[in-house]
Write a protein that binds this ligand. Structure first.
Ligand code: ZN
Length: 182
């Protein structure tokens, strides 16, 4: 698990490095708080998507399932800054479906790690593709990256949109999903 002691020391070191006093009132518990926060924000390393997707229900119709607007917050691995937004998961079942809350659990497994939006998007699609063997899966992620909006070019409110498709997902169906998540 997370070595909180080590994080605390490192955070105190950062505070010193930027010229702060780690012992002043407002900062004295900060290293410990940050250590606890990192434990929570990286809990996904110790969680497994296949466990959340193992309980399925029979469903023979094979019509589109869309769980949209799954809110998430993750941390960009390039800057250790949050990026957050929404994940939309669409799939066409091939005989089995999973409880809708489980799709949100899968998002949690992959967002609670150091991430790249593109990789998180692919990992969510791959997990559903592998575990549910659907006819097709289409995952869209839209996120605001604070490493872009709080520093650097400061484009507040700008969003990055990524998509991942596995299996059979026609252009027509993709466009339907995109219209539904607008
Ligand atoms: Zn970044």
């Amino acid at each position: 698990m997370v070595d909180k002691n080590r994080i605390e020391k490192a955070v105190a070191e950062i505070l010193l490095a930027i010229g702060e006093d780690p012992n002043r009132e407002g900062l004295k518990d900060t290293p410990e708080r940050v250590a606890r926060m990192y434990e929570e924000l990286t809990a996904g390393y110790h969680d497994n998507a296949s466990e959340h997707l193992s309980r399925t229900f029979g469903e023979s119709r094979g019509e589109l399932v869309l769980e949209k607007d799954i809110a998430f917050s993750s941390m960009c691995e390039h800057h250790l800054m949050p990026f957050f937004g929404k994940v939309h998961v669409a799939y066409i079942p091939n005989g089995k479906v999973v409880g809708l809350s489980k799709l949100a659990r899968v998002v949690e497994v992959y967002c609670r790690r150091l991430q790249l939006q593109e990789r998180m998007n692919a990992e969510i699609a791959d997990a559903i593709w592998q575990e549910l063997s659907p006819k097709g899966v289409f995952v869209v992620v839209e996120a605001e990256h604070t490493c872009m909006t709080a520093r650097g070019i400061k484009k507040v409110g700008s969003k990055t949109v990524t998509m991942a498709v596995r299996g059979d997902f026609s252009e027509e169906l993709k466009n339907q999903v995109l219209a539904l998540i607008k």
